[in-house]
Design a protein around this ligand. Structure first.
Ligand code: SF4
Length: 269
């Protein structure tokens, strides 16, 4: 990796650095390779219509925990994770960059495989302080799982209330710096079911050299009960869970886009 170094030298005692944690899953099997200790951080600026964890949104909620406390929980079951490691997800883990960095650096010192599952929305290339933490964090990260929600900015805004600009810029940044990525994309009827959109996503991914896997997931309404419990209206009340075949068909279209981009690149090289 070729990340730019910065001169900041903050105090970083793992027993003192704290993060806001929504919950912990001790036996995660879908958030990275192998069996994983999954840390769900609290706070997310996005408002995805299909989010099934709206209870993670409030950045002031959750439980305050130190890096040391989290790693002690990992260590107490570490025989489970021999072929896995730690995944930090959310919420949006990059909302707490200093905490995330110290956590992953400390995990790396202990030889743990590390993965960050993010929507990339916090990426701000012009922010020196953010980039200082990001570059350090990435040096301690083996894998980034990145959600790309939509290629069309207007629809991305309708889906998440945010522009996709930072997300796509983050994907490019990871690629330029040789960070392994798994891309994830959720198929939602009426939003991401168009073949044109799916191929556009594939075309974008095809231009990235460090994408190691593509996960295409059908929309499900599992989060509905949480909205009810929180007294919030569920934004996709009218939608049914999407059958798996729709995700399989979407993945085919995305792969078509990837092949198209790669063929163009091969022709021009
Ligand atoms: S980025 Fe993830 S946690 Fe945040 S609103 Fe979207 S789905 Fe929910």
């Amino acid at each position: 990796m070729s990340f730019q170094e910065h001169s900041t030298n903050p105090c970083e005692d793992p027993g003192a650095v704290t993060g806001r944690i929504h919950s912990i899953e001790t036996y995660g099997t879908v958030d990275g390779p192998g069996v994983r200790f999954v840390i769900f951080t609290q706070g997310c600026p996005m408002r995805c219509l299909y989010c099934h964890n709206p209870d993670t949104w409030d950045p002031k909620g959750g439980t305050v925990m130190t890096v040391e406390e989290l790693l002690a929980r990992y260590e107490s079951n570490k025989s489970y994770y021999r072929k896995g490691g730690i995944t930090v997800t959310g919420g949006e883990p990059m909302l707490q960059m200093e905490f995330l960095t110290v956590l992953l650096e400390e995990a790396k010192k202990r030889g743990i495989h590390t993965c960050v599952d993010t929507a990339g929305i916090c990426f701000r290339e012009g922010d020196v302080k953010f980039m200082y933490w990001l570059n350090r964090m990435l040096r301690a990260t083996d894998l980034v799982m990145l959600d790309i929600k939509h290629m069309e900015d207007d629809i991305h805004k309708r889906l998440t209330r945010h522009s996709n600009g930072p997300v796509l810029a983050f994907a490019r940044y990871l690629d330029q710096n040789g960070v392994d990525m798994w891309i994830r994309h959720v198929i939602v009827e009426g939003y991401t079911t168009g073949a044109e959109e799916q191929q556009a996503l594939g075309y974008f991914i095809g231009g990235l050299k460090h994408v190691k896997a593509l996960d295409v997931l059908p929309y499900h309404s599992m989060g509905k009960a949480k909205y009810k419990a929180l007294g919030m209206p569920y934004p996709l009340e009218h939608l049914y869970d999407l059958p798996e075949e729709k995700a399989v068909a979407a993945k085919r279209e995305i792969l078509t886009g990837i092949r198209k981009k790669r063929a163009e690149m091969a022709k021009n090289s």
